[in-house]
Design a protein around this ligand. Sequence first.
Ligand code: ADP
Ligand code: ADP
Length: 232
Amino acid sequence: SAALQLQGISKSYRSGSTAVPALRDVSLAVPAGTFTAVMGPSGSGKSTLLQCAAGLDSPDSGKVLLGNTEISRLRSSALTRFRRDHVGFVFQSYNLLPQLTVAANTTLPLLLAGRETDHEWLDYVLEAVGLAGLGERKPQELSGGQQQRAAIARALITRPDVVFADEPTGALDSGTARQVLDLLRHTVSALNQTVVMVTHDPIAASHADSVIFLADGQLDGSLGNASSRDVA
Ligand code: ADP
Ligand code: ADP
């Protein structure tokens, strides 16, 4: 079954009196339990696609489905709730709060969702991302790679259906980047997660099960098991 379906989504941004198209009639399906990369040149619409797919932004037209839920129909409060329960997001710039410990940063989505922290699960997630024993550190006491691992732990803590990652290795050296990609890869199999990652790095994309290419806001082919047609 599909974890994510985009059905004919389009989106433009206003720039003065003109509309700049960012996505043009994009349809695709990402099977559950897979690791998918989205590639394309700068300005091709990768970030916009990820933001629309994660419910952080809404398309002008078309449908976005996460599992069986058509999130593009949800009102903002319902969408916020849905996102908190079902979606994880890893930002390129980590977005960790400097005054909070790694453990507190990681469990923040649970707090926001009004859910209890399961400390065994927290320890499991921190261990899975290679941060065992570092939960009481502050972000500035970690390396860049460790901060990105903390951002991934935070995206996994709610056991979301889908994890979206925007250039998760963009700020990392190649060795650390590979560890983070191995971690995402491992997450997909160990936790049966669905991960969708934007990257412009072909080496990063080579860790994925399938790659979707964007050019000029349109789908420009795919490799692997991602489908560019709707899956009912
Ligand atoms: P990518 O992630 O592939 O670099 P983006 O989705 O960021 O592509 O951008 C796609 C297009 O939309 C580009 O032409 C970009 O300049 C434009 N765009 C993106 N975000 C905005 C915005 N907030 N306001 C205006 N134009 C935007
Ligand atoms: P990326 O290549 O990772 O998408 P960008 O530098 O294109 O990063 O975009 C960074 C941020 O700036 C995004 O939030 C995007 O929406 C916004 N943005 C991109 N292009 C434009 C634009 N032409 N005008 C206004 N905001 C933009």
